[in-house]
Design a protein around this ligand. Structure first.
Ligand code: FAD
Length: 349
């Protein structure tokens, strides 16, 4: 780890000014940034500790959930309104990382976590920021579980690894940003940019000096009837190989119901947290049958471009999405015990 300067700005304005200087990065809970600095993958010369300046409250105002960017993952997951009414939000937080990490990590930092792909997270590997991004990996024998199959144009690019951001884009969240040019809001679905030809992972619309100050999520019927289903190599403390954040509003019950509205996001698959308007269109105003769900999954993955070795992720993604939709139709939202049982390979009773 290289030496760095640690700043405690007294206001967001001061932080914004510090962040305009080359080599300065904002520090939230530090669970990603300090990690990557210790690995010598990120090398900021100065950190501006913004966490103490950020609001950490959670409230529901006029049908919108508003969360300060300084709120930790644990605080949001354990908030009463989230626990009682917004299952996919809670589930995409409690199925992530570990309790210790969730107690430290802020929502602002959570949305900006970097890919966990090995070829980014090692200083000797060619695809970290110091490396030659043009260098193409030989796909034979390469570890590909953290490589994207959506938003990659067939190239080897790192997958966006986070869970909560998948729910955030699926349910049309917004971010409030504060920077030297003033405050603004941006849709989560336009915030993330897929990597260009010279990039190994996503970038964002965040401008130099801008800080995420809060996030908002509309409270919809689909968010109340939602589920986050995560498939990983082991049943705890692992990143998603595939995940689905889904919500459906049903008119009727069982497979004779009609789907009135739907939200679909996919994780562990895209170079960015993946929203699927294609799957939503294949669900809305259709009967809630297994066939409709399978068609939605086909639509969601129609543009998948899996590099060699990642083909299995396409099948896994389809099955994950269909399973999540079936659980919501047949059972409705899951409580923590039911979620736990399902994530450990037991059926939902
Ligand atoms: C062992 C381990 C396992 C994990 N498993 C999972 C998992 O299964 N699922 C999952 O989703 N996540 C997982 N994570 C990632 C974890 O969720 C993130 O590390 C955490 O959410 C980042 O939040 P932070 O506040 O610590 O961010 P930081 O590390 O402080 O910052 C992360 C990035 O965001 C920037 N930043 C921070 N705050 C702001 C702000 N307000 N405005 C603008 N930029 C900002 C920083 O400059 C940095 O670039 C895991 C992490 C670890 C270490």
């Amino acid at each position: 780890m290289i030496p760095f300067q640690f700043e405690r700005p007294g206001s967001l304005q001061e932080a914004g000014r510090q962040l305009q200087a080359d080599g300065t990065m904002p520090l939230g809970g530090g669970t990603t940034l300090l990690d990557l600095m210790k690995l010598n993958v990120l090398k900021p010369s100065r950190l501006s500790f913004v966490k103490p300046l950020l609001d950490d409250s959670v409230s529901v105002k006029e049908s919108t959930l508003v969360v300060g960017a300084g709120c930790t993952m644990s605080q949001l997951a354990d908030d009463d309104s989230v626990k009682d009414s917004f299952p996919a939000i809670r589930q995409s937080l409690i199925l992530a990382a570990s309790p210790q990490i969730r107690n430290m990590a802020t929502l602002g930092g959570n949305l900006l976590q970097r890919t966990r792909c090995t070829y980014f997270r090692h200083p000797d590997m060619p695809l970290n920021p110091e490396g030659d991004a043009e260098l193409k990996l030989d796909t034979s024998g390469v570890e590909t579980s953290m490589m994207a199959v959506l938003g990659n144009e067939g190239r080897l690019v790192g997958v966006y690894p986070g869970d909560f951001a998948v729910t955030f884009v699926a349910f049309a969240g917004q971010l409030s940003l504060s920077g030297p040019e003033g405050d603004r809001t941006i849709d989560a679905r336009s915030f993330y940019r897929v990597p260009n030809q010279n990039e190994f992972q996503y970038s964002t619309e965040l401008k130099r000096g801008e800080i995420i100050t809060s996030i908002q999520l509309p409270v919809s019927k689909t968010l109340r009837n939602s589920l986050y289903l995560k498939v990983r190599e082991r049943s705890s403390y692992a990143f998603a190989l595939a995940s689905a954040s889904v919500g459906i509003e049903l008119d009727g019950s069982g497979s004779s119901a009609t789907i009135r509205s739907a939200n679909v996001g996919l994780g562990g698959l895209g170079s960015i947290p993946w929203h699927s308007p294609e799957a939503e269109a294949a669900l809305i105003d259709r009967p809630a049958t297994d066939k409709t769900f399978e068609q939605a999954a086909d639509a969601a993955l129609a543009d998948a471009n899996p590099p060699q070795g990642t083909e299995y992720k396409v099948t896994l993604a389809k099955r994950t999405l269909v399973r999540a939709l079936k659980i919501l139709r047949d059972h409705g939202p899951l409580n923590d015990q039911e979620l736990w049982a399902m994530q450990h390979g037991r059926g939902v009773q």
